[in-house]
Design a protein around this ligand. Sequence first.
Ligand code: C2E
Ligand code: CA
Ligand code: CA
Length: 731
Amino acid sequence: MPLGFLRSVRDQTAQARTPAPDAAPPAPAPRPERVAVLSEVEQLGVGMFWATDALGNLSFLSQRALQDLETDGGDLLGKPLVQVFSDIDSEPGAPTQRSLSFKLKAHSKLEEQIVALTSARGTTRWWRLNGRPLIDAKGEFMGYRGSAVDISGQYIYDTQVARQSAVDELTGLANRRKLGERLTAMLGAFRVSKRSCALMMLDLDRFKQVNDTMGHPAGDELLKQVAQRLTAIVKDRGEVGRLGGDEFQVLLPDMDDRGTLGELANRIVQSVSQPYTINGRRAIIGTSVGIAIAPYDGLDTDELTRAADMALYSAKDTRGGTFCFFTSDLRDAASKTAMLGERLRDAVDRDELSLVYQPLVDPETNVVKCFEALLRWNDPEEGSISPALFIPVAESDDLIIRIGETALRRACFDALDWPETIRVAVNVSAKQFTRPGFHKTVAAALESSGLSPGRLELEITESVFVGDLESVDAIFGDLKKLGVRLALDDFGTGYSSLGYLKGGHFKKLKIDQSFVRGCTENGDINPAIISAIVALAKALGMETVAEGVEAMDELALVRERGADLVQGYIYSRPLTQEALLPQFADGTMKVTPEGPARHRAERISMYRKVGLIHEDHYYDVIMRNLSKTGARINGLGGVPIGTDVVLDLGHGQLVVSKVVNASESSQGLKFETALISDGGGGFMTRHRISPYSLAEAGIPLAALGAGAFPLAKWRDANKGLPRFIQLDIGI
Ligand code: C2E
Ligand code: CA
Ligand code: CA
């Protein structure tokens, strides 16, 4: 056929119905022999070719492609690619693929992307696409150039085979189709009987790394073992399935207690994170879990799945290796994180990040042994932003490498001005640690500052022990040669495998704050955990640090249990270099512990509008602080002590409370049942009021996400006389 590649590009772009005004200029004319080869390739039936302009509109389809779709192209060219090619539902066994529109927006390469198309006569065809973005010399995106193969025959056959089976062949678990059907049937039936049902969505952390370094058969074996562990934990409480790739799902009928669900999710995270042996090699992976509960978070399959997915993304964003419940705030949080990323990049360019130093003190002598360097971001508008917020954002990006290197260099220089007996500890993120050449960065920081290597300590968390452990061992070897010390941070919170402690890499073990804070409360098992960690560390020749000590009784406890060092507000908050320099008298530094005698239940200060129900009245109040066991509110006058009220925290969370102290416009409430931790530093109720009950009260049936305070709608229906004075709360 004489019609060459080039001519057909020109003809067809000219025919396009809506040519883009600033479409990319046509690609440079290919040499004639290339044109001939392309058209021969096409004639052989090997492939078809397509292209888009810079706006993502289809600008070219080769002749065979047009024949395949039984069209002359007039109906397709000029249309956005995502309208012509649509995503397929991923089938069991098939690798899960990111959506086409996601990839196009990101201008990423298309590799073996399977899409569906409708021919001019209305029949569906399936194509496997490959394509790459065309970038011009100035770095501008010019459009896609790609090829395609029609795989309709095979695809129809494969889907039929998959349809006939409800089982994931690799693991023997329920497959995506079966899970979908089960969930839909369950939600339908439960709606009638007003029962609840939880959905957990799991995604393995760093599975890809194992798959890439150890090979696909090893990856398959790993997935089988994960499936076995999940089934062993869930037992007959629910159904475990594999959606495809490294995604799993658990359906749990009649489950709406967020306390129980959190415990189960935690056990799943712990179990999946234990080491695996595959063909004699060790590997560790982690998992993140997102949880949504019907009817609270979603009424139908789509809504509930979307909610669980969003919770999963949030869990992954936090730090991986954790779980997260769906809340309707998650949507806003996702966009906030994206904005934070951009601002952080600017802040790094403008040098707005600095370091502060918190002492690690010997509790027997009150002598400072070390300072931990902690980052601070002083944003001109927002004030000081916590590293707990921005480090995860930096970690999702290579920005952490820049930030980490700067902090390391700065800390080495600052430490030179301290007494020689005091060490400096620098936090190193897993991404920074496992990057090739990390030891060279450390060596360079030591060399340029002249700090002796024995004075530098690197704090890393258990998350570095994930993936292929052999390469992690090599990094330890390199650092050992340099002579720096390693500390294991946040011990007890991560992948909790003790095997790697035996490697003798660590000089120091930092007991996580969550075991220390509140450890003096009655009935707490944390003192026993602290003792066990100290004993373990001693046996392995490691020093222990108790982190986050705030009260005198906590200090006494960790000292008595044998912690070698203490870090916490009881001794000092982190200080700037200027503030600490004058404190070095005669080559040492001592600090006296100062703080409350006892630990007090954690209270979060806030300024949040919530509801308060008394008799048949609904009042608006402002919540000023919240702890697990109580809250302080503003906005009502004339409320006697002893009054029973119900606090509406939104999203169906009702808390039965009693007024235990009161001033003119402010009251202290004590909760009948304590709240539980939401896994992200806040509190929530175990149970929520069901949308079914709300529907019975005349509020339209909907998942709780949309209206934060569905109960406020009762107010208008209840016009009895209010017993208290509603003050103007101004929001
Ligand atoms: P971390 O390494 O566990 O650091 C200890 C955190 O506990 C610090 O929070 C410190 O200010 C806080 N803290 C210490 N004593 C107490 C106490 O008695 N009570 C309470 N409530 N908190 C206490 P900070 O500075 O907000 O840092 C948070 C996390 O950010 C750090 O946790 C660390 O994981 C990360 N981070 C900080 N600086 C760096 C850095 O330079 N590089 C990397 N990769 N991560 C960093
Ligand atoms: Ca640390
Ligand atoms: Ca820590």
